[in-house]
Write a protein that binds this ligand. Structure first.
Ligand SMILES: Cc1cc2nc3c(=O)[nH]c(=O)nc-3n(C[C@H](O)[C@H](O)[C@H](O)COP(=O)(O)OP(=O)(O)OC[C@H]3O[C@@H](n4cnc5c(N)ncnc54)[C@H](O)[C@@H]3O)c2cc1C
Length: 392
């Protein structure tokens, strides 16, 4: 009979790679299957578009698996403040001191983190197979095993499958897990700029009726600007020469941005996805495969890290129960611990987005008082920031 793995992880991006390392360290026999060939590190002169704001809980997980320690400090920025407003006269400031921390999180290009994950995977000799396409998966109840076919009729068996294969998850579709999904009528333009003055400890976002405008400070004087707006408008905008786009940015972004030099830009469509079910017998979904959220609060990867922390801790705690650790009744505990938190985050962000995406007298009468109350209430701020930091 072919080799039997404890867990096959499908999708080897940041979330899949991280849980593979954690479970390998705990002694599970792992195989990681990724359909793309991993792109190797290129120390780009210009920062990459895919940038993540990671909270302290995600960083702690990456420390536990000995990855965070390996990332060069000069390539990430620690932010201490988040500032957001609908009306610049009613801003809310969140400061890390409210949590007695020196920072709220860090901003890092996705590929720098991914690179270190790949290095750890190869140095620990974790069984990772890239450029590999799954053909079929089939659960064999009598043996309590998954039979997995990939590439040219290769077959392996596994006690469990973890689907970390992103928003178009093949595992989610194949296992018949129901989900709700739609395309937002909003897209975002990611813009890499150099700033004259880079206030690296502050992330800010202005909630304009056509969509938020945000700044994420990067290393040196680099920054990522995110311009959310109507997709048609943004696709038209991106056809313009850089000089014109730069002018439009100056006109549309808050004055506090200051002078910029635009280096590159790209429009990204935005999708919502909500999985109704997290697990099946011997199968669990994590990360974007389960919940793809609007990026305005920078929470997508943080939710994924929270999922894998809870799932891996659970699996490690039941590992000694030889034949039952992959049982649905155990995996349901993971679903129970994550579902409410993820649901509140996902729908909370959308409610917030909808509430602030209008410019009527009604919203003015609601939004400004909300901001006023939130700004003056230390308790409310603490609850919100604890939630965004994954502390609950
Ligand atoms: C504009 C924007 C800004 C964002 N900013 C932030 C932020 O500031 N903070 C934050 O926390 N999050 C942010 N996010 C969200 C974050 O990028 C995602 O939540 C995160 O990258 C999801 O990781 P993942 O590993 O779950 O999925 P993915 O990164 O999508 O990885 C899925 C992997 O599975 C592989 N795969 C797919 N199908 C198969 C298959 N059949 N077989 C094998 N492999 C397969 C893919 O090749 C891929 O490598 C942002 C998102 C966007 C769009």
């Amino acid at each position: 009979m072919e080799k039997i793995f404890d867990i096959v992880i499908v999708g080897g991006s940041i979330i899949g790679s991280s849980i593979a390392i954690k479970l390998h360290q705990a002694g599970f026999l792992i195989k990681l299957i990724e359909m793309k060939t991993p792109c190797r590190f290129i120390n780009n002169q210009i920062p990459d578009f895919k940038v993540l704001a990671l909270n302290n809980t995600s960083i702690q997980f990456l420390r536990e698996i000995n990855v965070w320690q390996k990332i060069e400090k000069k390539f990430y920025t620690k932010f201490k403040y988040i500032e957001t407003w609908k009306d610049p006269f009613f801003p809310i400031y969140f400061c890390s001191e409210i949590l007695n921390k020196s920072k709220l999180g860090v901003i890092i290009e996705n590929y720098r983190l991914y690179q270190e994950l790949l290095n750890v995977i190869s140095s620990k000799k974790i069984n990772a197979q890239y450029n590999t396409y799954l053909k079929n998966i089939c659960y064999l109840p009598s043996e309590n095993l998954w039979k997995i076919h990939y590439d040219n009729e290769k077959t392996i068996f596994s006690r469990m499958i973890i689907g970390s294969d992103g928003q178009n998850s093949w595992i989610r579709k194949k296992s018949g897990i129901p989900y709700l999904s739609f395309q937002y009528n909003q897209a975002c333009m990611l813009i890499i700029v150099k700033l004259k003055v880079n206030n690296k400890d502050t992330v800010w976002q202005s909630l304009d009726p056509t969509g938020p405008k945000a700044l994420l400070p990067l290393y040196e004087n680099w920054a990522l600007l995110i311009w959310y707006d109507n997709p048609n408008y943004l696709y038209e905008l991106q056809k313009m020469p850089n000089q014109k786009i730069e002018k439009k940015i100056i006109e549309n972004f808050p004055k506090k941005l200051g002078p910029i030099h635009l280096y590159k830009h790209k429009v990204v469509p935005l999708k919502f996805l909500y999985g109704y079910q997290y697990v099946q017998q011997g199968l669990a979904l994590v990360g974007d495969a389960l919940h793809t959220i609007h990026p305005l609060a920078g929470q997508g990867a943080n939710l994924g890290f929270r999922d894998i922390k809870i799932l891996s801790d659970l699996l490690i705690s039941v590992k000694s129960e030889k034949y039952t650790w992959n049982h649905i009744s155990i995996l349901k505990k993971y679903e129970k611990k994550c579902r409410l938190y993820n649901t509140i985050m996902q729908f909370g962000i959308d409610t917030f987005r909808l509430l602030f995406s209008h410019d009527s007298i009604l919203t003015e009468n609601i939004c400004n008082p909300i901001f006023n109350v939130a700004e003056s209430s230390k308790i409310l701020k603490k609850i919100l920031i604890k939630y965004a930091s994954g502390i609950f």
